[in-house]
Design a protein around this ligand. Structure first.
Ligand code: ADP
Length: 482
């Protein structure tokens, strides 16, 4: 039975703006659907342009006082927010599974992953160091200080409803910024729940805001209102490009984490069992709906048959079902459009001569089973576009030169994975794969301590690590005479 969100202390149906819970001025709302059951979970408000511009003015005032506080003070409040997120992980995870569909265990893991960014930036808040530069003239003193960029905005996707917000909001707040978050329309309630915990943590009004409604209007305001000094976006490349164009007049500082098309390469010198396990983690987490999911799998011809056999045996043990049920590894996809895209990629591969080993059709509603396709080739549609679903299509290759060419033959450059025990191969992959992140003998690369982000059409800017806070800082060079 579905736990009743009505009894969930963090289940809020209002936006959190300027420290207040509010509905849209016109009373309009959008329905939010549980992808496992197609039931309406609740309604999120549609805020007006006036509400949004007032929120920005309030945030600007709040941010001025916030940046004047000590880093230690900001750190302590973030630490409190972190503790509340961890303490409320069950309630948060229930909201995530209800609105997003991922298995409850994955939702709990996501909450802890989100919390890890808040903890990390609570720590990093105290380490925003400047620089003293040996001067070019004896009477001068040259220093560089770092300051908060100002009021920020974030637009986030539905695949990690908590983590994608935490990795933007935590460094922003740590740096001394305020932030206004627009979550994806499919997953507003996790965002409201995080706001509720920020409120409980005592983060002052106006510093962390969550708004929902018309994405186009909100996106335009984020890009065009001069109060917003920085916009961080995670989502599709098309929307990212739109935001670049829209923010040209304001020259807004941007961070963009856009689409990926991750190659997963298994050399003939790899430990096959490890590569199979790594692929299962990378491919099927969140039913294949992550931007770093293995999208194209290249296996050396010498081990192709053996690899496919071992992989098929393990994939057969993955259960598809409602994320609240026990022993479920794959939940539903997010919506009908996602199911259709996955189906098109499968149909295209089969029409072009690939072999369907298992899966290949939605079982019911938005439930799409783990699917394996062999004898696939590099020209097929799944190899060119992000599938964002549980389809593992495996291509054979003959040598390292060829597979590096395949891997780099894409406009995208987010994550790549390589399995090999040969140090010179690993060295070459590390040097030549044109990606922001490369997993070597591992299928899981995400962590709050390292810089996450892409190159090429996958965007720019980094989240996590010591780099992540720089996105919310500006440098000021002081050239001081006597
Ligand atoms: P997806 O296809 O995964 O939903 P999108 O890029 O469409 O990816 O969505 C990611 C986020 O961008 C969501 O919060 C969505 O509401 C928002 N979004 C979509 N279109 C626009 C737009 N024109 N301007 C601003 N935000 C947008």
């Amino acid at each position: 039975l579905l736990p009743k969100l009505a009894g969930n202390p963090l289940f809020k149906l209002q936006c959190y703006i300027s420290g207040k819970w509010c509905d849209g001025e016109g009373g309009e709302t959008d329905a939010v659907i549980n992808p496992a059951t197609s039931e309406v979970i609740g309604y999120s408000p549609k805020i007006s342009e006036t509400q949004l511009s007032q929120a920005m003015i309030f945030s600007q005032q709040a941010q001025t006082s916030w940046q004047a506080q000590t880093a230690k003070h900001r750190s302590a409040l973030l630490q409190k927010w972190y503790e509340l997120i961890v303490a409320n992980q069950e309630s948060l995870a229930q909201i995530i599974t209800t609105e997003q569909g991922k298995p409850l265990a994955e939702a709990i893991a996501e909450v802890n992953y989100a919390a890890s960014y808040v903890q990390w930036y609570a720590e990093q808040a105290k380490r925003v160091y400047g620089e003293v530069i040996p001067a070019h003239q004896a009477q001068l003193q040259l220093t560089v200080v770092k300051q908060a960029v100002g009021v920020c905005a974030a637009i986030t996707p539905w695949n990690f409803p908590a983590a994608m917000i935490a990795r933007k909001a935590a460094p922003a707040l740590a740096a001394g910024c305020a932030i206004i978050v627009k979550p994806a329309p499919a997953t507003p309630f996790t965002a409201f729940a995080l706001a509720s915990l920020a409120e409980q943590a005592g983060i002052p009004a106006g510093l962390f805001n969550v708004v929902t409604g018309d994405a186009v209007m909100i996106g335009e305001q984020f890009c065009q209102n001069p109060i917003i000094k920085k916009l961080s976006f995670t989502g599709s490349t098309a929307v990212g490009q739109q935001l670049i164009r829209q923010s040209a007049s304001n020259v807004t500082k941007l961070s963009l984490e856009l689409g990926g098309n991750a190659p997963f390469i298994v050399m003939d010198d790899a430990i096959i069992e490890d590569a199979v396990d790594g692929l299962i983690q990378s491919k099927f987490r969140n039913s294949g709906q992550t931007c770093v999911c293995a999208n194209r799998i290249y296996v050396h011809r010498a081990i192709y048959a053996e690899f496919c056999q071992q992989f098929t045996n393990k994939v057969a043990k993955l259960n598809l079902g409602n994320g609240f049920d026990n022993d479920v590894h794959l939940g539903p996809l997010i919506n009908q459009a996602a199911v259709e895209k996955v189906q098109q990629h499968v149909d295209d591969a089969i029409a072009n001569g690939a072999t369907l080993v298992c899966g290949g059709k939605a079982t019911k509603g938005l439930f799409y089973p783990a699917t394996i396709i062999t004898n696939a080739s590099h020209g097929m549609r799944f190899a060119r576009e992000e599938t964002f679903g549980p389809v593992a299509a495996i291509i054979a290759f003959d040598d390292i030169e060829q597979v590096i060419n395949y891997a780099n033959d894409t406009p995208f450059g987010l994550a790549a994975y390589v399995y090999s025990q040969n140090v010179s191969h690993i060295h070459r992959f590390g040097a030549e794969l044109a990606y922001g992140m490369v997993g070597i003998n591992t299928g899981l690369i995400s962590t709050e301590v390292a810089p996450f982000g892409g190159i090429k059409a996958s965007g720019y800017g980094r989240e996590g690590g010591k780099e992540g806070i720089e996105e919310y800082l500006v440098q000021k060079y002081l050239c001081q005479g006597r």
